[in-house]
Ligand binder design. Sequence first.
Ligand code: AMP
Ligand code: MG
Length: 405
Amino acid sequence: MMIEVWEAKKIINEEAKLLNRNEKYEKIHILDSLNKVLSEDIYSFDNLPPFDKSAMDGYAIRSGDTQNKENIILKIKSLVKAGDFCEESIKENEAYKIMTGAMIPSGSDAVIQIESVKTENGDLYISQEVKKGNNIIKLGEEILKGDVPLKKGTLIRPPEIGLLASLGYEFITVYKAPTVGIVITGDELIDIKSEIENGKIRNSNEYSLKALIKNSNSEVYSVGIVKDNRKALKEKILLAFEKSDIVITSGGASVGDYDFVKDIIHEIEADIKFTCVAIKPGKPTSFAVYKGKLFFALPGNPSALINSFEEFVKPAIKSMMGITEKESEEFPVVLKDTFKTKEGREKYIFVNIRKEDGVYYAYNSGSQCSNHLRAMCNSNGVLIIPKKSANVSVGEVLNGKFIFK
Ligand code: AMP
Ligand code: MG
């Protein structure tokens, strides 16, 4: 039975959440944590900044010395540069030259920037009143000792890595990325280094799958090409299950005489959730659970395989890595071309989305045949034509999104 795209996504999401992997977390160096998700709260053992510091190159002064005065002349004592500790306290009508990032001398409560003053013979001439706290970044202003600046569930991006470093964390605990096992089937497949022979094509899916998995920040385990042979295929699928958290097969998933993947998932008594989705491209996509691991049978047609991965496998990987999508990636797109399709499935049309005067427009990028990759290579986005619609024309508005983000 063919199920709806939203239904398929819901089932996958529920199973991915339930999955109980043995080593769900891992402690890693912060530099290896980009795009992973924190599985612990991060406490601060320090105040940030750890001292009152100057935000500018200028002079540290006592603001009181500049108030209600006509001529403000202060005595310049010495220079405090970043990294220095000034042993002395500032006294009445004194100033210390100070550099950005340097610790404010005790007793000083303001910094006046270098561009706003004049100096002569060791004296500092100020022509305006300076407010208390001016150009001072206060101790603990950003983070106080005991704060939790990064919570469990935070996606780690470059600024999070910087913050972790400033807090003195070299290693952190994150949700471990799943290992994705891939099994490529098809008697027609030859290695990419081989010359084309009669009836044979190069095995491109293994490479796009590896790239898709890498793009999802996960590990890959490939058993390589397996012939369309029931016994050999079963052995390799079981091997992939042994080594991975998710198993993907490419090809052999439909109803042809040599499409054995569905028979094998029945034979190993996997819990089959669905075997056909109302999506184009990607209809012969199956999903099952086997010994607490996820199984996706993806179609062999190269762009169908990629579309199914992006729509069904990637969300499962994200969920296992602790990444929760807060908002839909879809937005309204106005058609610049006409697209002819059929009713009955949700159609994913690969297009070029361009923003013009604040409006997103979709341009045709070539043949949408699920056996071709060229249109996808010419596209930066996808347009989603609802199941019940068929032909759509210039000026109509549909939902779209950018791809491979
Ligand atoms: P299948 O899903 O096995 O019926 O294959 C559907 C189409 O995808 C056929 O035209 C295959 O030749 C092609 N195909 C299958 N596997 C691959 C692969 N690994 N690389 C490139 N094309 C493939
Ligand atoms: Mg095949």
